[in-house]
Design a protein around this ligand. Structure first.
Ligand SMILES: Cc1cc2nc3c(=O)[nH]c(=O)nc-3n(C[C@H](O)[C@H](O)[C@H](O)COP(=O)(O)O)c2cc1C
Length: 193
């Protein structure tokens, strides 16, 4: 099944291709780790298999946006319990606020998803439990005009995967491999789990 490093590389690539498209895939919601040693779950929105780039969405006011702007080191942790596969990726993160790809991602998001960018920024303090949304939009879908000012709070988090570590759990003996970019190609090696 995983007899060669090429098998492993193909398996990882296929899992990452499926993850953004399949909401039920455990790899749809990886853990994103930033250089300040903080971690959080995020939705994986797209994977560019040609260059191994991940795309996620974030609020420009979120603490992680500042952290990544100052320190692009990012780790991404995926675990598929059913498949017994863990992927630990490391890469370079970039917060992208403007451009055709951001506009397209904003336009493709539902109005309820875009509504999240209308209120207080992530981490804003409150005296009471709060959604952070303006009260008039609690449980209410805003229209396109009302959403317009929220666009400036929306950004992409792009991550270019540079190395990754794959671990497969098996009764017969776990198997592990590591991959790193060498020019245009990936170079892999087996390692002890
Ligand atoms: C299932 C799930 C999906 C999430 N998806 C996102 C997401 O796509 N983008 C995002 O910025 N935060 C997402 N969050 C919220 C983050 O985990 C986090 O709480 C928030 O982004 C603030 O992070 P920060 O303080 O590190 O910036 C999600 C949380 C959960 C539980």
């Amino acid at each position: 099944m995983f007899d060669t490093l090429d098998d492993v590389l193909a398996d990882c690539r296929n899992r990452l291709i499926r993850a953004p498209r399949d909401r039920k895939s455990p790899m749809h919601t990886p853990v994103i780790v930033t250089g300040d040693v903080d971690a959080r779950v995020m939705v994986l929105r797209a994977f560019d298999a040609a260059d191994w780039r991940l795309r996620l969405h974030t609020d420009t006011r979120a603490p992680k946006a500042r952290v990544i702007a100052a320190d692009p080191r990012v780790a991404v942790l995926f675990y598929d319990k059913g498949a017994k596969v863990q992927i630990r990726a490391r890469g370079e993160g970039e917060i992208v606020r403007a451009g055709a790809e951001v506009d397209a991602a904003w336009a493709a998001s539902t109005r309820f998803a875009r509504r999240c960018y209308m209120g207080e920024g992530p981490g804003a303090a409150s005296d009471a439990p709060t959604s952070g949304l303006p009260p008039e939009f609690e449980g209410v879908e805003p229209d396109e005009a009302q959403l317009e000012p929220a666009r400036e709070n929306f950004a992409l988090l792009r991550i270019r995967v540079m190395t990754f570590d794959w671990l497969y759990l098996a009764h017969t003996g776990h198997v592990r491999a590591q991959f790193a970019r060498v020019g245009e190609a990936w170079q892999g090696r087996w390692v002890a789990p």
